[in-house]
Design a protein around this ligand. Structure first.
Ligand SMILES: Cc1cc2nc3c(=O)[nH]c(=O)nc-3n(C[C@H](O)[C@H](O)[C@H](O)COP(=O)(O)O)c2cc1C
Length: 344
């Protein structure tokens, strides 16, 4: 934290995307830190994988899989790279990433900028594969068959992924979120089921902007097609009250103003699923209290991104330590006991 406090004013003097690129480049050139030992309390099996800590890095920070091992060394229990599209694509015109400092939030309309799956495959093949790295896949904006894009991603990237996430919840690719509802979802899940490699868990990432009947339909479709976990959630297109001058920017909102909505959506998914499918919480998680609230509401794992922009990467370890303290206070020996303990 001390180091990040010193560096933050320099990073914040740059526009958000330039600062992000400089950070990823610096991390990719730094020697890898050894993986932390989180202790037995936080270790947990989810979807057949052993997670050393439930605190993961959400997709979007390491879009092209350049620094997953560096982030594991910095204290994340798992790292999700991507979203990666089949073909390389530039994404939306810049500026497209905004810090909302007064709100501890971020708005982005990156639009799946990605070096493409072939490049990611080559890069990820060179890893020595320490720690859990998931690969989040998407569809190209100009794709004539988006469902085929997902199937292709699942096939191609399985050899380098500990798990794969089917991301149909970005607000920045027009029409993408229609895949979350009805017949399209069933068709998509059938196609990825057909394309998947046995033994590689498949997660589905959803938006927080859903209506009341959607949760049950998504849960049923996911369970019926063998999806291993739901990630709740992506960024929101809604705009709770905001103070920052960037509040009017188009795109997905994340960070503190997403917290209440993401928790509400997690609770709705837990109620709809009754614990029959693991849930992974994301959206506005900033500290151990937030993580604990999601876990006790039913999440087996949590992910964060925006809070790291404000707090630095040490946030992952601080949350892990805080979770251990909260386990002790609740007289629980392992994090798995806390999952859903407040879900009713
Ligand atoms: C700049 C930025 C880029 C993102 N890109 C992706 C992405 O490519 N794929 C994805 O599934 N989620 C993406 N997300 C969403 C995050 O993974 C996460 O679901 C969301 O930000 C909520 O978590 P947070 O409030 O901790 O940031 C992005 C978020 C941000 C802030």
């Amino acid at each position: 934290m001390a180091l990040y406090k010193l560096l933050r004013p320099f990073a914040f003097a740059l526009d958000a995307e330039t600062a992000h690129r400089a950070t990823v480049t610096a991390l990719s050139m730094s020697p890898l830190l050894p993986l932390p030992d989180f202790g037995p309390e936080l270790e947990q099996e989810v979807a057949g994988l052993r997670f050393p800590s439930p605190v993961g890095l959400a997709a979007g920070f390491d879009k092209d899989g350049e620094v997953a091992d560096a982030m594991l060394g910095l204290g994340f229990g798992f790292v999700e790279v991507g979203t990666i599209t089949p073909k390389p694509q530039a994404g939306n015109p810049k500026p497209r990433l905004f810090r909302l400092k007064e709100d501890r939030a971020v708005i982005n309309r990156m639009g799946f900028n990605s070096g493409g799956q072939e490049a990611a495959l080559e890069r990820l093949r060179k890893r020595e594969r320490r720690g859990i790295v998931g690969v989040n896949i998407g569809a190209n904006k100009d794709s004539a068959d988006r469902i085929a894009d997902y199937a292709e991603g699942v096939k191609l990237l399985s050899p380098v992924a500990d798990y794969l996430t089917v991301n149909i919840s970005s607000p920045n690719t027009p029409g993408l979120r229609n895949l979350q509802v009805g017949g399209e979802l069933v068709e998509l899940l059938a196609a990825v089921r057909e394309a998947r490699t046995p033994g590689i868990p498949l997660f589905l990432k959803v938006a927080p902007d859903l209506e009341s009947g959607d949760h049950g339909r998504i849960v049923r479709a996911a369970i019926d097609s063998g999806i291993d976990a739901l990630i709740v959630s992506n960024t929101t297109i809604s705009r709770p009250p905001l103070r920052s001058p960037h509040a009017g920017e188009a795109g997905g909102l994340s960070g503190r103003p997403l917290k209440a909505l993401a928790l509400e959506q997690l609770r709705a998914f837990r109620a709809a699923s009754g614990g029959q499918i693991p849930l992974i919480a994301a959206g506005g998680i900033e500290n151990a209290h937030d993580a604990w609230e999601r876990i006790t509401a039913g999440a087996s794992l949590v992910q964060l991104y925006s809070a790291m922009v404000y707090e630095g990467p040490g946030i992952a370890r601080r949350i892990a330590e805080g979770l251990k303290a909260l386990l002790g206070l609740s007289q629980m020996a392992n994090i798995s006991e806390a999952v859903g303990s407040d879900a009713g």
